[in-house]
Design a protein around this ligand. Sequence first.
Ligand code: SAM
Ligand code: DTB
Ligand code: SF4
Length: 326
Amino acid sequence: MTFEQLKRTYDQPFFELLKQARAVHEEHWTENEVQLCTLLSIKTGGCSEDCSYCSQSARYTTDVDSERLMKTCDIMERAKAARANGSTRFCMGAAWKGVREGTKRFDQVIEIVEEVSALGMEVCTTLGELGPSEAKKLKEAGVTAYNHNVDTSPEHYPNIVTTHTYEDRLNTIKNVQDAGMSVCCGGILGLGENTDDRLKMLEVISNFNPQPESVPINSLVPIPGTPLGDSVAPVDNFEIVRMIAVARISVPKAKVRLSAGRSAMSEELQTLCFFAGANSIFYGDKLLTTSNPQAEADLALLEKLGMVPQAPYTDQERPAEKAATV
Ligand code: SAM
Ligand code: DTB
Ligand code: SF4
């Protein structure tokens, strides 16, 4: 969609916007179903980049220490537990600028992906920048989706990150698409951007060809010690719901994932987000380095709403094929 179309959609009276988003949602998705995804930080902290919201940048003093890449057997334990708890997607994050073929850590990641992908969940990784050959190798190893967010508008991005460019982000996304992986691409609300920046971000995302398979919408979790740790006012709740609705309308076949920031959201706000088209959440009490609602609380909320977790994939149903047919 163009910026003007997105703006017109966003600026409708609240209930008109929700009605439109709901209609798009009902056309493309099973109502009342939410995908549960588990996140694991397989390599925490010590990142060279200066993303001003991030607990893991080595440039800021935060509570997060730098750790080594986790061992494959420990990751497998967490992945099996995630599957047993009803997650259908396992997302592994690493605090790297990127990964390069021919390095020990890339070989280790490939081994991890090969093992995790045998568990029959969607396998998502977010490891920073990728070139064409790294993307191809990850796809061959069994990665179904690659998360690489544009995070905000092209104009606002240099205010948030200076160690890489928006263009660098778009190049990685292109390499992911060319390798045949699904793209998971979204952003963060609350980086000091204005509404136009948010809509310009959705303009970029909705114009990817093909459109992304998932769009995570994060709300900033302020991290003490980072430049955005205490300086930015939280985003208005109705603006969050409007953004979820416009994401649903502009990328109709994507899972819209209500991502970071749910710990600070009321049940009522999350419910409005589900109504507006969010149909995926991170599940489990930790995101990468910050907290997420307790699993029991999430299940209780879904139950109150008569919503159900997306059913696990069967042995015959490979996640990549399932993702391609929705
Ligand atoms: N290093 C890789 C990268 O930058 O793509 C992968 C990990 S990075 C932590 C993944 C995403 O998490 C970021 O693009 C951002 O959208 C989100 N994120 C990180 N810190 C956050 C915070 N404090 N609040 C909200 N979202 C955050
Ligand atoms: C995404 O868009 N959000 C997730 C996932 N992709 C990797 C990460 C959220 C991180 C929140 C801050 C933290 O826990 O460090
Ligand atoms: Fe590093 Fe990713 Fe955090 Fe940026 S968002 S500092 S690239 S881990």
